[in-house]
Design a protein around this ligand. Structure first.
Ligand code: NAI
Length: 301
C-alpha cells in the first residue's frame, strides 16, 4: 500500500501553535500538505494572545522544507472563522482539510460556574469549530472533496466532574460532526471526531504518573489518517491516547416495545427497566433514518 500523502492538499489546523495541534501541523507538512497554522497564542484558560506560538510552528515547518502560513485569529468569532479560511485561500488557493483543535479550559463545579465561563468555553470549542468549518465546507462542497476532524473529550462523551461547560461544548461537537458527515456525503466530505488523551499544557497537571506514556504524538497518526484521502470513514468517533486506538459509538438497544401507540403506566416502565436498559443486540445508527426504521419495524410488528 502507498504512503499517506497530502501533496496538493491544504490543511487548516486550529490551535496549532502548541500541544496536539502542533504535532498535526508538523506531520501534515512533512507529508506534503500546505498548512495554515492557526493559533490565538494565549494561555490555557483563554486569556491573552500573541503571534509567537503560531510563528514558531511555521518556522519549524519552513526550516524542514515544508509550506505553512500563520494565522492568529480567534476561532470564536464568525468573521475570524471566515478570515482563517480566507488565509488558506489567499496563501494556497484551496481548503481540503480542517482540524478543529483549538481549545481552552475554565473548570468549575456546576453550582459555581458563571455565565461568562460557560460562554467562553462554548464560544471557543463549539461555536469556534462551527465558524471555521462553515466557510470551509462551502469551499469543499464546490471542490467535491473535504476532510474534517473535530476534537471532543471523554469529559463530554463520558462525563467528568467539574467540567459541565467543557463537557457540553465537547459533546456538541459530536453532534456537529455527525450532521456534517451526512450533509457532506455526496461531496466526498468526511467528518470524524477524536477524543484524545495526551500530555499537553492543558493536562500536564491532571495526568499524574500516566503523563509520561501520553505523548501527543501517539494521537497524530490517527488524525493524519482521518484527514487523508485514504480515509473512507465518516460519522465516527475514536478514543485515542498512549498507543491505544478505539471506536467510541452511540448505540441503540432493541429496548422494550409496549405495543403500537401504547401509553404504559410509569409503573410498567419501572417494571421493564431491565429490558429498556439491556444492550444485547444493539445497533449503531448512521443517522436518524436508521432509528426511525427500527421504530417502523416495531410498529409494523
Ligand atoms: P493546548 O492548550 O496545548 O492547545 C490548545 C491550543 O488552542 C493552544 O495552542 C491555544 O493557544 C489555542 N487556542 C485557544 N483558544 C483559541 C482560539 N480562540 N482561537 C485559536 N486558537 C486558540 O492543549 P491540547 O491538549 O493540545 O488541546 C487540543 C485540543 O484537544 C483541545 O480542543 C482540547 O480540548 C482537546 N483535548 C485534549 C485532551 C488532552 O488530553 N490533551 C483531552 C481531551 C480533549
Amino acid at each position: 500500500m502507498s504512503d499517506i500523502r497530502f501533496d496538493g492538499r491544504v490543511a487548516i489546523i486550529t490551535g496549532a501553535g502548541g500541544g496536539l495541534g502542533r504535532t498535526y501541523a508538523l506531520e501534515f507538512a512533512r507529508r506534503g500538505a500546505q498548512v495554515v497554522v492557526n493559533d490565538l497564542g494565549g494561555s490555557a484558560d483563554g486569556t491573552g494572545s500573541g503571534s509567537a506560538m503560531a510563528d514558531a510552528v511555521v518556522k519549524e515547518i519552513n526550516e524542514a522544507g515544508g509550506a505553512a502560513v500563520a494565522n492568529y485569529d480567534s476561532v470564536a468569532d464568525p468573521k475570524s472563522g471566515e478570515a482563517i479560511v480566507q488565509t488558506a485561500l489567499d496563501s494556497f488557493g484551496r481548503v481540503d482539510v480542517v482540524i478543529n483543535n483549538a481549545g481552552v479550559l475554565r473548570d468549575k463545579t456546576f453550582v459555581k460556574l458563571t455565565a461568562e465561563e460557560l460562554e467562553l468555553v462554548l464560544d471557543v470549542h463549539l461555536k469556534g469549530a462551527f465558524f471555521v468549518s462553515q466557510p470551509a465546507f462551502r469551499v469543499m462542497k464546490e471542490n467535491g472533496y473535504g476532510r474534517f476532524v473535530f476534537t471532543t473529550s471523554a469529559a463530554g462523551v463520558f462525563g467528568n466532574f467539574g467540567q459541565s461547560n467543557y463537557g457540553a461544548a465537547k459533546m456538541g461537537l459530536v453532534g456537529l460532526s455527525n450532521v456534517l458527515s451526512q450533509e457532506g456525503a455526496k461531496y466526498d466530505i468526511k467528518s470524524n471526531v477524536i477524543a484524545p488523551i495526551a500530555r499537553t499544557r492543558m493536562t500536564e497537571q491532571l495526568l499524574g504518573p500516566l503523563a509520561e506514556a501520553l505523548d501527543p504524538e501517539c494521537v497524530t497518526p490517527l488524525v493524519t489518517f482521518l484527514a487523508s484521502e485514504a480515509c473512507d470513514f465518516t460519522h465516527e468517533t475514536f478514543s485515542v491516547g498512549g498507543g491505544r486506538y478505539a471506536r467510541v459509538f452511540c448505540g441503540l438497544a432493541p429496548g422494550w416495545f409496549a405495543g403500537k401507540a401504547a401509553k404504559p403506566s410509569a409503573e410498567e416502565i419501572r417494571d421493564h427497566m431491565d429490558q429498556i436498559q439491556a444492550t444485547e443486540g444493539f445497533t449503531i445508527p448512521a443517522g436518524i433514518g436508521d432509528e426511525m426504521k427500527l421504530l417502523l419495524d416495531a410498529l409494523k410488528g
